[in-house]
Write a protein that binds this ligand. Structure first.
Ligand SMILES: Cc1ncc(COP(=O)(O)O)c(C=O)c1O
Length: 385
């Protein structure tokens, strides 16, 4: 590699933080299953005192994920929700947050049913229009929290436009980048202040562990979050850190296949006579197709489509054999879910109706199986409608 050129994404995914073990040369980072560390004398130690505070396997993962998102540091937590909760814990009673109105259902559940009880205030707006964000910002607004694309309606938020508003208003912009992964979207480079992921999804990629990460653009954020790891303790275990370190090595390769299969499945659904509407930023008739091409380097594997009714959705879902019906996304296997009764049940019928989530909507996280097998399975399922 030429001097001064930063290594490419796939190389960094495999090598950053994932140096061979200095003691043995093991190519994989060891799993340090230890709660505590022997000290040489009072205040004399090798940088580690207690595993809630720090652990070498966790350090390696945090180094790796900071590199992939282009941040100064990363802090990992026991789940995506624990990471989002840690970000909210950086605020004070009386602070206000402007959020997207079409977030993963667990996020407004945490905000509305837990954190409002501690004096935080949340407003929900359609962030696909940056002006809605500007209008919702008040004197006590400290943070804007967006997902792009949104879950499940696949609306995009214009990150450079929203980040300019946030800079002007001195408000921090937090982007949940779970759907795209850092391989296809780099929110910090587009002006965000912090990025959050459920590592449970594409970063791990194998549906075998929960986790969350916050990637920071400023050292003060990382310091505050490290304090929250120590003080509140919602850390990721060394074994689950290792699972993400293992999964992330193939992130670039997996995302290429997810994207290729995702585009083909979206085209197939868009032409299918039993499908009434397809929500996918890679379709030319998506209202923000041009923005998608500008701020993302791929369209990804997340697609929502309309079957017409709960009955139709159920008829189809019951027939599927390759696509697995279940919550979650981002695994190597194709996962298919029903937002109204699964991820967005907590919003209630009224809440879902207000933002346009219907009972006939089905969300698919296209996996990396052979494309023809996914298409045949969907054709078989749709034939039942
Ligand atoms: C976009 C998004 N953010 C956050 C979460 C929460 O992550 P976790 O389930 O790891 O707590 C999810 C979970 O589905 C998600 O889809």
């Amino acid at each position: 590699m030429k001097k001064n050129r930063q290594a490419g994404f796939a190389t960094r995914a495999i090598h950053d933080g994932q140096q061979p073990d200095p003691l043995t040369g093991a190519v994989n980072v060891p799993i340090y299953l230890t709660s505590t560390y022997v000290q040489q004398g009072i205040g004399e130690h090798k940088g580690y005192e207690y595993s809630r505070v720090s652990n070498p396997t966790r350090d390696r993962l945090e180094e790796n994920l900071a590199s992939l998102e282009g941040g100064v540091a990363a802090r990992v937590f026991g789940s995506g929700m624990a990471a989002i909760n840690a970000i909210a814990s950086m605020l004070k009673s009386g602070d206000h947050v402007v959020c997207g109105d079409d977030l993963y259902g667990g996020t407004p559940r945490l905000f509305n049913q837990v954190l409002t009880g501690f004096g935080l205030d949340f407003s929900y707006v359609d962030t696909s229009d940056a002006e809605n964000v500007e209008r919702a910002i008040r004197k006590n607004t400290r943070m804007v929290h967006v997902e792009t694309p949104t879950n499940p309606l696949m609306r995009l938020s214009d990150l450079p436009a929203i980040s300019q508003i946030c800079r002007r208003k001195k408000v921090e912009l937090v982007v949940d980048n779970t759907f795209m992964s850092p391989y296809f979207q780099q929110p910090l480079a587009l002006g965000a202040d912090m990025v959050v992921h459920s590592t449970t999804k594409f970063l791990n990629g194998h549906s075998d562990g929960l986790g969350g990460v916050v990637v920071c653009s400023k050292p003060e954020q990382a310091e505050k979050l490290a304090f929250l790891q120590k003080a509140a303790g919602a850390i990721l275990s060394p074994f689950e850190c290792w699972l993400v370190l293992r999964g992330v090595k193939t992130l670039a390769a997996r995302m290429e296949v997810h994207d290729r299969n995702g585009r083909a499945v979206a085209e197939f659904l868009a032409k299918h006579k039993k499908v009434r509407k397809v929500f996918y930023p890679g379709l030319v008739d998506h209202p923000q197709y041009e923005l998608a091409k500008l701020q993302m380097s791929g369209f990804g594997a997340m697609i929502t489509f309309e079957t017409g009714s709960l009955k139709n959705a159920n008829k189809m879902l019951k027939k599927l054999r390759v696509c697995s019906l279940g919550e979650s996304l981002g695994g190597v296997e194709t996962l298919i879910s029903h937002p109204a009764t699964m991820t967005h049940a907590a919003l209630g019928e009224k809440g879902r109706k207000a933002i346009g989530i219907t009972d006939g909507m089905v969300r698919i996280s296209v996996g990396i199986e052979d494309l023809q097998d996914i298409l045949d399975d969907l054709e078989f399922g749709l034939a039942a409608i």
